[in-house]
Design a protein around this ligand. Structure first.
Ligand SMILES: [Zn+2]
Length: 303
């Protein structure tokens, strides 16, 4: 009799704890394009998933072409997540083909077009750099959650709890970024970067942004753009401009020289993580760490 009670007690205990535990035997294999997306998948799936990002530190997603190794990784994956909105400009065909045989999901799929910014150069296209508004990025977690639940419904409660925790951390981060950027004097709140990646950041955190190149690093930076930007920096007495880890510094250096010729000293305020995160294992190798590093660099240089 005692033994029976113990078994009932134990199974009740297991049931009670089991609601937020993963129940899968094997891990789901997930392949993502950028590290930022991999970070979402890791945070929602925790130890139930094996996540690989194809694009490591310093890699430019606009120009990235899938290697043979990538293709084999993509073919073996249970789920493929990509950004969409033409961020991965050269991989569209690969995704189209794979879509017919496996779960291939652009994490931007459910975003309402009213929250998206338009691409100033390509009519009808949207700006793909959605991770720069932490509140928009937080809402893509639900797309990852829905896909994981669809693939492995047994773990629904586990995934839902993890997603809730991660969204909470992102909401906290969003508030922190807003407070930090607000400490920069309004006249100095201008972010000049190598390419036009920061428009969502500018809108979300009330800082004016200017990129030397267009939304994609494929676009050219012409002589007229250069003259206009030099005049702008000199007129507004801007102290610092920023380089990006995934974009060449050549154009930014030309701007600094142009300003010096006009007697205005503008410095490189630091390196920003724009389209790729930092090294794996470092703080900047996570999405939250990357955003914090960027904000600290921006505030330090412009304040
Ligand atoms: Zn970009």
């Amino acid at each position: 009799m005692k033994k029976q009670l113990l078994i009932i007690g134990l199974s009740f205990l297991m049931f009670a704890c089991g609601s937020t535990k993963q129940k899968t035997k094997g891990k789901l294999t997930i392949v993502t394009t950028t590290g930022m997306i991999a970070d979402i998948a890791k945070n929602v799936g925790l130890d139930s998933v094996q996540v690989t990002a194809l694009m490591g530190p310093g890699v430019d997603p606009h120009l990235y072409k899938a290697t043979q190794g990538d293709l084999s990784r993509l073919q073996k994956a249970d789920i493929i997540f990509y950004n969409g909105l033409h961020l991965e400009g050269k991989m569209g065909e690969v995704f189209e083909k794979l879509e017919r045989i496996k779960t291939v999901v652009p994490i931007s799929r459910q975003l309402d077009s009213t929250v998206l910014l338009t691409d100033p150069i390509y009519a009808g296209a949207h700006d793909p750099h959605i991770w720069f508004d932490v509140s928009i990025w937080a809402s893509t977690v639900n797309q990852v959650l829905a896909t994981l639940i669809e693939t492995n419904p047994e773990n629904e409660a586990f995934y839902a709890k993890n997603a809730e925790d991660y969204i909470q951390s992102l909401n906290d981060l969003h508030g922190w970024v807003r407070e930090e950027i607000a400490t920069i004097p309004e006249s100095q709140r201008i972010l000049i970067t190598a390419h036009d990646a920061f428009n969502y950041f500018g809108r979300a955190y009330s800082i004016e942004v200017k990129g030397l190149q267009g939304i994609s690093t494929l676009s050219e930076f012409g002589l007229k753009d250069r003259v206009d930007l030099v005049n702008f920096i000199v007129d507004r007495k801007i102290k610092a401009v920023f380089v990006e880890t995934s974009v060449s510094e050549k154009n930014i250096n030309a701007i600094i020289e142009g300003c010096q010729q006009k007697g205005h000293n503008v410095v490189i305020g630091g390196k920003l993580y724009s389209d790729a995160m930092g090294a794996e294992g470092s703080a900047e190798g996570t999405y939250i760490g990357m955003v914090k590093a960027n904000v600290n660099t921006i505030v330090k240089a412009l304040k």
